[in-house]
Design a protein around this ligand. Structure first.
Ligand SMILES: Cc1ncc(COP(=O)(O)O)c(C=O)c1O
Length: 440
């Protein structure tokens, strides 16, 4: 990920003058608004926003409120263009017109899938043509596929991935099988929706290889859902080669909610893409449409220069943060499985700044509902916030691990967060706890 210097004059301190690393006490201050009683090892779900960036957001909000007309007519567009330019550099896109700023990955998916609907309605695609997506695609994105594709006459093919996963080869071979099933009887695969980092269970997907396979098999369009990716793993959209790529800025890049980008590769089709909320800029290109979708708070989309300043205070900038997050989450995951006698859900090289950690089988996680109840129990009785995944055992498995915790590591985490989780689970095991003891 190339990290640009903020343009001159946009922030008070430039990256070149900030030479000192953030100190532990400064770091604690940046996140002093977090509930101190909770071990939050779940950055993945909602991200985090440091105090400096919250203050920057408030400055942008005040700039709007002090003279709204001036803000709307003179400040908003150039400020969003600046965000787009910074993202362009971060993800190695060719042109700022390829980058639109939207609220979140859910909105980005709606843009791409609505475009697919119109391809059905205008007979570019035929009834029965298919969309391929991972079985582990994010629930809201699956619903979007249902709303925009199934209703328009398209079929959906799900790629079933193994979990726990041993290597990226397992994913590549399942994907190849699904492509063949998708193309059976001359059916056309019009769109592939591929996660860069699946949410639950969490695994880094070899997207570049899967995109190449899609191209070889004649898939028309490829959309990468990288909701968790920016600030977590490297993104090079040219190298990946997909048509569309989205990532949330509010998960791992310290922006407040709601901010995300949608990259759309330059092509003749670009002019056919529209924001689902239609406003004054309709027809002026997706990037312009997205930059004015009615009267609202745009401040979360304007703090990227300050975010670049914030990450420059860490050794190695964002690259250093990503590496330390990855290394530490793997170290903590290994500490947990060694204590509990379980295993990781994916090898370290397939873990981003999150890892799936097997829970002791004796906890008796037998359904999605058990996983939710255990999560609530950990929150309420042990003050640990961590999502739990239920994995249905395969036939003939003896004493399988049926529950995995998805742990995250972000700059605000401390080793005690993970020790608290380890000790909570060990206490449950010692006490003979099983999920069946929890009320509905
Ligand atoms: C893979 C994936 N896609 C999409 C989303 C949706 O993100 P948002 O709720 O910010 O729109 C998420 C959220 O966690 C996700 O993990």
């Amino acid at each position: 990920m190339a990290f640009p210097h903020p343009p001159n004059g946009t922030i008070t301190t430039t990256t070149t003058t900030t030479t000192k690393s953030i100190t532990p006490s400064e770091l604690r201050r940046e996140f002093s608004h977090h509930d101190p009683t909770i071990a939050r090892i779940n950055n993945g779900s909602f991200g985090c926003c440091p105090a400096t960036i919250i203050a920057a957001q408030q400055r942008h909000q005040l700039l709007f409120l002090c003279q709204p007309d001036n803000f709307y007519f003179n400040i908003l567009k150039p400020s969003i263009l600046q965000t787009r330019r910074l993202i362009q550099t971060l993800i190695n896109a060719d042109h700022p017109d390829e980058v639109s700023i939207v609220d979140n990955a859910t909105t980005a998916a709606a843009v791409v899938l609505q475009h697919t609907t119109w391809s059905f309605f205008s007979s570019i695609f035929q009834p029965g043509d298919a969309v391929l997506m991972l079985h582990y695609a994010y629930g809201a994105v699956k619903k979007s596929v249902q709303a925009y594709v199934t209703r328009a006459g398209g079929q959906v093919i799900e790629v079933h991935l193994p979990f726990p996963v041993k290597s990226s080869f397992d994913i590549v071979s399942e994907f190849q099988k699904a492509l063949q099933i998708g193309k059976a009887n001359g059916r056309k695969i019009r769109l592939a929706v591929i996660d860069h980092i699946t949410s639950m269970p969490c695994v880094t997907i070899p997207v570049k290889e899967l995109v190449r396979m899609c191209r070889d098999e004649g898939v028309d369009r490829i959309f990468i859902d990288g909701a968790h990716a920016i600030g977590n793993i490297d993104i090079d959209v040219k190298d990946i080669g997909a048509d569309f790529y989205t990532s949330n800025l509010h998960k791992w890049l310290f922006c407040p909610p709601s901010a995300a980008f949608l990259y759309c590769k330059m092509s003749d089709e670009l002019s056919d893409l529209h924001h689902p909320v239609v406003s004054h800029e309709y027809g002026n290109g997706l990037a312009m449409e997205s930059a004015w979708i009615g009267t609202r708070d745009y401040s979360a989309q304007l703090v990227l220069p300050e975010v670049l300043e914030f990450v420059s205070r860490f050794d190695g900038g964002i690259e250093g943060i990503m590496k330390r997050n990855h290394d530490t989450v793997v170290e903590m995951a290994e500490m947990l499985i060694n204590s509990w006698g379980t295993e990781l859900g994916a090898p370290p090289e397939m873990c981003p700044s999150m890892a799936m950690v097997g829970l002791p089988a004796c906890l008796g996680i037998k359904s999605d509902s058990d996983a939710l109840k255990l999560r609530k129990h950990l929150r309420e009785c042990f003050k640990v916030e961590v999502p739990i995944y239920y994995r249905a055992p395969l036939e003939a498995e003896v004493d399988p691990i049926s529950g995995y915790a998805r742990i995250s590591h972000q700059v605000y985490n401390v080793i005690e967060d993970y020790y608290r989780f380890r000790d909570a689970v060990n206490k449950l095991v010692e006490d003979g706890f099983t999920c069946s003891l929890l009320s509905k």
